[in-house]
Design a protein around this ligand. Structure first.
Ligand SMILES: CCCC/N=C1\SC[C@@H]2[C@H](O)[C@H](O)[C@@H](O)CN12
Length: 651
């Protein structure tokens, strides 16, 4: 038998040492229903929290944003976990790079922020399909956000992966997560399926244990269906709402325990084609002060909004389909570019009346860069790159297939058929049942004939020779994230009609535009000899050096119409200059090569380009300009301060 090891002294001291350190078993975050408050490690605690979505901020900027939140006086950060961001295909998981949720939890901990986590499965958030993965719709009859067995099977599979990974991060286990939300404003959803909510609550308890505080959040009108016995009920409302009335309503569900507003709106979201939303500093600060006076715990939604990069924006349905803009600035206390706003300083002053805030200087705005104008060269029309965009070739079907049917989640798909006979006279072309989801760019033998748009533009008049190629580039503008009573399928959902003829025999080309653009290989060397399309879906690009350190900047596309932008292969998001109100796209400095490094910008313009295909980088955002105004900056390059924009009519 091996000789017994003599225990050296330090090991004998461990029990004593363990009394000195905050141990998992001494850590607790609970509801004190006697004194209507939270207790953190047994001491009264009120959270003053802010929402920041890691999925809307490049990872390299997380620490900066979280530090600014802490210095603003917040003690907690609240964020969602978008299921579709982490499970791109069934059973395939991605927690890497800017999707490394656990690195974000670590950054929050380093910033001395506690965490309120909202993993859904549905999160709304103006995010594509409210965070639900589009591949769920490959079962077209699936009944989302209900106890539909197909939906629950996918939810169980996802949460069985995610929730155990969160277990060590729970506050009482030594982590920083103090509470976890179940679903999201379920009371606002048509289903009101209590078995679904009970299933989720049971799953969360089974995988997270019985100590973590689980809660629900609903607007005042949603509390009945959104709340559930055993889950702490919270509410959301903004500065214009009647706090007294809403908190009184909340007391019907939580007679005791702290009052909680889980989403106090500091601003609001923007839709393409609608006016930019703002909320006044006075109203927002007054509302916060009134809640803090009541002893309520509050989360400000958003404290930093960030950006809907790529194709990640969601959409609402308010009479018509309304896609969310690329900017999620939200008129939040920390701007999209990470700068502190007057609203932040005002809120910080309010918070300082109720609890200690960190002392020390607040960071100045980040350096901003102006550059340009830069002239882009024509790489070629999109059709010229079809073989590269869809190397696997088309899918053939008598009737057009949806994006979901061909497993294309985002972006673009080309639908092709051939004119069955000559169309010498302009002939009506349309898609029944508003079946364009969401925008269709129509070409005949490569010549652009115009656009059809969901709810907005229902017909074109076409001519063409018999056998001519009829190409329809279909753009998915982001799936409904709120207000949808049915699944938001994308693509040509009905066969188009030309005159009296229903068009059949379709070729579907799912397009991987991002893969093509990411090739550093100059696109213009790949274009075919085909005649260049004077308008319609067309690639433009250029390269440009940045001398010196560079800075954050805002891409301004005066005269361009609508499209997608990539910088150094990163999908910056959608632009829609013609519709507004967003006229610039935020370009974080870390995306750019400075000190003489060569950068590449690529545009896929979907409709028409200005006479001079130029773009500029300006030093401030333009988020509130509708299409009838065009701001023209003097053509200065990297000046220290931008001249006042001249407002020109026209365009
Ligand atoms: C009247 C509002 C109903 C929709 N709820 C909204 S719009 C902005 C915010 C975010 O979407 C958030 O994700 C929702 O929980 C609440 N909310």
């Amino acid at each position: 038998m091996a000789p017994r090891k003599r225990l050296c002294l330090p090991v004998l001291l461990l029990p004593l040492l363990s009394l000195l350190l905050p141990q998992a078993d001494n850590r607790s975050f609970i509801v004190d229903r006697i004194n209507d408050r939270f207790l953190l490690d047994g001491a009264p605690f009120r959270y003053v929290s802010g929402s920041l979505h890691y999925f809307r901020v490049p990872r390299v900027l997380w620490a900066d944003r979280l530090f600014k939140m802490r210095m603003s006086g917040l003690n907690t950060v609240q964020f969602y976990v978008p299921w579709n961001y982490h499970e791109p295909e069934p059973g395939v998981y991605n927690f890497n790079g800017s999707r490394d949720l656990f690195a974000f939890l670590k950054e929050a901990s380093l910033a001395n922020l506690l965490v309120i986590l909202r993993p859904g499965p549905y999160i709304c958030a103006e995010w594509e399909m409210g965070g639900l993965p589009a591949w769920l719709l490959q079962k077209p009859e699936i009944n989302l956000r209900t106890s539909d067995p197909d939906f629950l099977a996918a939810v169980d599979s996802w949460f069985t992966v995610l929730l155990p990974k969160l277990y060590p991060w729970l506050y009482h286990n030594g982590g920083n997560i103090i509470s976890i939300q179940v679903e999201n404003e379920y009371g606002s959803y048509r289903a009101c399926d209590v078995n679904y909510m009970k299933h989720l609550a049971g799953l969360f308890r089974a995988l997270l244990g019985d100590r973590i505080l689980l809660f629900t959040t609903d607007g005042p009108e949603g509390l009945r269906c959104g709340s559930l016995q055993g889950l702490y009920t919270t509410v959301d409302f903004g500065p214009a709402d009647n706090m007294t009335k809403i908190f009184a309503l909340l007391r019907n569900y939580e007679p005791h325990g702290p009052l909680v507003n889980s989403e106090y709106y500091t601003g609001w979201l923007d839709y393409w084609g609608q006016n930019h939303s703002t909320r006044s500093v006075l109203a927002v600060t007054r509302g916060l002060e009134n809640m803090l006076k009541l002893g309520a715990s509050v989360n400000m939604y958003m404290f930093h909004g960030g950006t809907n990069f790529g194709y990640w924006n969601g959409a609402d349905e308010k009479g018509r389909f309304l896609p969310i803009t690329t900017s999620y600035d939200y008129d939040a206390p920390i701007s999209e570019a990470g700068d502190l706003t007057p609203k932040l300083f005002a809120l910080r002053n309010v918070i300082s009346e109720f609890q200690e805030i960190p002392l020390g200087p607040l960071p100045p705005p980040s350096p901003k860069m102006m550059l340009g104008p830069l002239t882009l060269h024509l790489d070629g029309d999109l059709l010229a790159f079809l073989d590269f965009l869809c190397p696997q070739g088309p899918i053939h079907s008598i009737l057009p297939l949806s994006f979901e049917a061909v497993k294309q989640d985002h972006g673009f798909m080309l639908y092709r058929t051939f004119l069955p006979h000559p169309i010498p006279e302009p002939t009506q072309f349309w898609v029944p049942n508003n079946g364009v989801h969401d925008r269709a760019y129509v070409m005949v033998d490569g010549v652009f004939h115009g656009v059809l748009e969901r709810n907005m533009k229902h017909q074109l008049f076409l001519t063409g020779k018999g056998g001519a190629k009829l190409d329809i580039l279909l753009e998915n503008m982001g799936r409904l994230s709120f207000g949808s009573n049915s699944s938001d399928f994308k693509g040509l959902l009905e066969p188009p009609v030309l005159g009296q003829m229903v068009l059949t025999q379709w070729l579907m080309f799912p397009l991987n535009v991002d893969k093509l653009v990411k090739w550093w290989f100059p696109l213009h060397l790949m274009k075919s000899t085909r005649p260049q399309a004077p308008s319609g879906p067309t690639f433009y690009s250029t390269t440009f050096p940045i001398f010196g350190e560079g800075g954050d900047t805002f891409l301004f596309l005066p005269g361009w119409t609508k499209g997608q932008v990539w910088i150094n292969g990163f999908n910056l998001g959608r632009y829609w200059t013609k519709r507004g109100p967003q006229q610039t796209l935020y370009v974080p400095r870390p995306l750019l090569f400075s000190r003489g490094g060569l950068n590449k910008i690529t545009l896929l313009e979907l409709e028409s380009v200005p006479l001079q295909p130029q773009i500029q980088f300006v030093d401030r955002p333009i988020l509130n300009s509708t299409s009838h105004k065009t701001f023209v900056y003097s053509l200065s390059v990297e000046t220290s301060s931008a001249p006042e924009p001249m407002e020109l009519s026209g365009h």
